[in-house]
Write a protein that binds this ligand. Structure first.
Ligand code: PEP
Length: 250
């Protein structure tokens, strides 16, 4: 039985004051969340403060990105060892904003996935199709290609210590959520694809859905057999909304 996981991706939002208020609210409300694992991914610069605030609570934290390099002359990059040092459990890799705005290729994302694993971080590998790709009927081809890049570099067994987040790009930050059936279809495809290589890994890997998840739709999404929780953007910045989503997994 896979545990439900809800991860908040704060993106480039927040301030010391905003974060303190958000974390205080989460800490006060987390006692009601018994079965669902919860994590937040703040901007890098706040990770230390978030670590201090969340230390000793059941809420984990992670980064939104990671360098594919271990250390050295890579100005502006953040190494996995640094993330580990501030207590990160997770590192998001291949978010669609990284792929589309910063032109990260499937191969770049695979290298970041490998860097996270090498240092003992759990990569949250984001995959998802653009609206035009869905309309062309090539959703599975696109997601298959994104997964294959990681499997080719790290092997399918690497996915058993990883999380996959299916995030249709047309649903991120747009208010348009994939229907639970649309999301389940893609999640089932991902699990089938992995099962063809290794059934045990396919049964173990958590596959999150991301894209305009709200308190009002989370329960129906998380009830689907292959949806193991959510990667939450906008709604993770509002205490009550995020806690409502977390409680949908209970
Ligand atoms: C995300 O950024 O990963 C995301 C799913 O955003 P939102 O929930 O705002 O659509």
């Amino acid at each position: 039985m896979r545990q439900t996981l809800v991860v908040g991706n704060w993106k480039m939002n927040g301030s010391r004051a905003d974060n303190a208020a958000l974390l205080a609210g989460l800490k006060a409300g987390i006692a009601t969340i018994k079965k669902t694992a919860v994590a937040v991914c703040p901007p890098f610069v706040y990770l230390s403060e978030v670590a201090t605030a969340l230390d000793g609570t059941p809420i984990a934290w992670g980064s939104q990105n990671i360098s594919d390099q271990l250390s050295g002359a890579f100005t502006g990059e953040i190494a996995g060892s640094m993330l580990k040092e501030v207590g990160c459990t997770y590192a998001i890799v291949g978010h669609s904003e990284r792929r589309s705005i910063y032109k990260e290729s499937d191969a770049d994302v695979a290298k970041k996935f490998a860097a996270a694993r090498k240092i003992g971080l759990i990569p949250i590998l984001c995959v998802g199709e653009l609206l035009e790709e869905r309309e062309q009927g090539i959703t599975e081809q696109v997601i298959g290609r994104q997964l294959d890049a990681v499997i080719a570099l790290e092997g399918v067994a690497a996915l058993s210590d990883a999380v996959i987040a299916y995030e249709p790009v047309w649903a991120i930050g747009t208010g348009k959520t994939a229907s639970p059936e649309q999301a389940q279809d893609v999640h089932a495809f991902i699990r089938r694809k992995i099962a063809a290589l290794d059934k045990a890994v396919s049964e173990r890997v958590q596959i999150l859905y991301g894209g305009s998840v709200k308190g009002s739709n989370a329960k129906e999404l998380f009830a689907k057999p292959d949806i193991d929780g959510g990667l939450i953007g906008g709604a993770s910045l509002i205490v009550d909304d995020f806690l409502n989503i977390c409680s949908a997994g209970e």
